[in-house]
Design a protein around this ligand. Sequence first.
Ligand code: HEM
Length: 272
Amino acid sequence: MSQDNLFNYNHFKFVRLAIFLVLACVLAYLVYTPEIVSYGGTWLGYGLGTLGALLIVWLMWLGVRKRQYAKNSGNLRGWVSAHVYLGMALAFVATLHTGFQIGWNVHTLAYVLMILVILSGMWGLSLYVRMPQLMSNTLNRKSPGAIVEEIESLDKEALKLVKTFQSESLVHLIKRSMSQGIFNASRQRKFGLVRNCETSKACDVIQKKMHENGNLIGLYENQIKRLKSLKQLRLYYCQKYWLEVWLLFHVPLSFALLAALIAHVVSVFYYW
Ligand code: HEM
């Protein structure tokens, strides 16, 4: 039996609910004949608007539920599944609510923010889907801590190896390589790349010297392994960075949407 995930949770319960919701709203929109023109202020407009506003408040509630259900992941999975599908259904509900009347006002601001939140949600979802698998592949199913330990033992081995050559310049090269951390600056996490990587330099220099001294092969292999482990860690932290960044869009945009939604509702009732 396949395990429940975000997409198929409880036999696609929330896909069915979201499709039903969208179809019901589209049908109501097609059947309802407004007195003048379709917009948020008809009876159907008010109904769809109320439904949309309730959905937004409920979607935001996930932030609270996530923290309450931290210990019960099964239940949280259902919440996130509902969040994803009903979040996408909201785009239809709110678009029908507007009656396609778009302008330069607080109502459209709320609508645009909502679309941005939904788009950012879809971006985040694509990261969630690709990353856990990608991250464990990146690390060859090892933890980042295990890779750091590997680098430490490679460094001990490099120190022993380099002593046998009695060359100041080689010792200096290896010490510089050992001082090379995962990143030189935090901005490098964005791309997972490090220019002027000391370990990479050490590999190049030793490779050239190997033409004169074949015994350097052991040291060369050691530095190549170090570089490979560093690259694995760089890719891992780069991917982790993007997983954190998307929430920096999704959550503040959600709060901006809530503020615009309140302004939208207050202005509608103020000018009623
Ligand atoms: C107006 C619509 C939406 C609002 C207001 C909203 C709001 C939120 C909030 C407040 C959180 C909790 C973040 C946290 O505290 O860590 C969240 C999480 C999330 N949202 Fe949305 N969201 C919306 C639509 C969507 C859509 C359409 C998708 C996907 C297609 C989506 C995907 C996600 C995902 C994957 C999470 C992370 C869940 C987790 O950490 O387990 N959201 N959203």
